[in-house]
Design a binder for this molecule. Structure first.
Ligand code: ADP
Length: 198
C-alpha cells in the first residue's frame, strides 16, 4: 500500500507553528515503573508550563488505553505496538509545535530507542523516574501491584514482566531523594538549559 502513498508537504511548517506559539515543540518522555511517579511529576510539569504560557499536552498511558489503544493488552507484542502508536502521536504534537509530555511505563529499551527514532532524537528528552520496586509496591496508588501479586493481572511490569532502565537518560529523577516540587524544578531547569523555554 505504501507504494501508492505520497507525502504531502504542507504550506504551514513546524517552524511557522512554533513561531506563533513562541516556543519549540519537543517530547518529554517519562519512563519508569508503575507507581514510580511519572503521572504525578508530568502533571505538575505540565501545570507549571501552562501557567508560564506554554502550549502543552500530556499523553498518559492509562488514558490512551481508553481510546486509541483500547484494542491493545499487555503482551510483549501489544506493548510494542502501544509505544509505536504513542511515539507516532507524540511526533505529530511536536510537529504542531507543542511540548508533549508522554507518561508511559515504556519498559523496553529497544522500544524507547524506536520511539526516539520516530520522534527524532533532537526532539526527544528521556526522563527516567527512578523509584525502587519495593517503594512502588508500597505506594501502589492504583492497587495494581496487589492485583499482580494475587495473579489477578498478569504480565505486570516489575512482577512478571521486565523493566529495562534507561542507560543514559537526559534527566534522572530518583524520587526517594527528592520531592515532586524538586523534580519539577530539575526538569524545568533542563528545558531552560536546552533553550526550549525561557
Ligand atoms: P505512575 O504514573 O508512574 O504510575 P503515579 O504518578 O500514578 O505513578 O503514582 C505515584 C505515587 O507516588 C503518587 O501517589 C505520588 O503522590 C507518590 N509519590 C510520593 N513521592 C513522590 C515523588 N517524590 N515523586 C513522585 N511521586 C511521588
Amino acid at each position: 500500500m505504501a507504494d501508492y502513498l505520497i507525502w504531502h508537504n504542507h504550506k504551514v511548517s513546524r517552524k511557522d507553528r512554533e513561531k506563533i506559539k513562541n516556543q519549540k515543540g519537543c517530547a518529554l518522555w517519562f519512563t519508569g515503573l508503575s507507581g514510580s511517579g511519572k503521572s504525578t511529576i508530568a502533571n505538575e510539569v505540565e501545570y507549571r508550563l501552562n501557567k508560564k504560557g506554554y502550549h502543552t499536552y500530556l499523553l498518559d498511558g492509562d488514558n490512551l488505553r481508553y481510546g486509541l489503544n483500547k484494542d491493545l493488552g499487555f503482551s510483549y507484542k501489544d506493548r510494542v505496538e502501544n509505544i509505536r502508536r504513542v511515539a507516532e502521536v507524540a511526533k505529530l504534537f511536536v510537529d504542531a509545535g507543542i511540548i508533549v509530555l508522554v507518561a508511559f511505563i515504556s519498559p523496553f529499551l529497544k522500544e524507547r530507542e524506536k520511539a526516539k527514532k520516530i520522534i527524532g532524537k533532537e526532539n526527544f528528552i528521556e526522563i527516567f523516574v527512578d523509584t525502587p520496586l519495593e517503594e512502588c509496591m508500597k505506594r501502589d496508588p492504583k492497587g495494581l501491584y496487589k492485583k499482580a501479586l494475587n495473579k489477578e493481572i498478569t504480565e505486570f511490569t516489575g512482577i512478571d514482566s521486565p523493566y529495562e532502565p534507561p542507560e543514559n537518560p537526559d534527566i534522572h529523577i530518583e524520587t526517594m531523594g527528592i520531592s515532586v516540587e524538586e523534580a519539577v524544578k530539575e526538569i524545568l531547569g533542563f528545558l531552560i538549559g536546552r533553550g526550549i523555554i525561557i
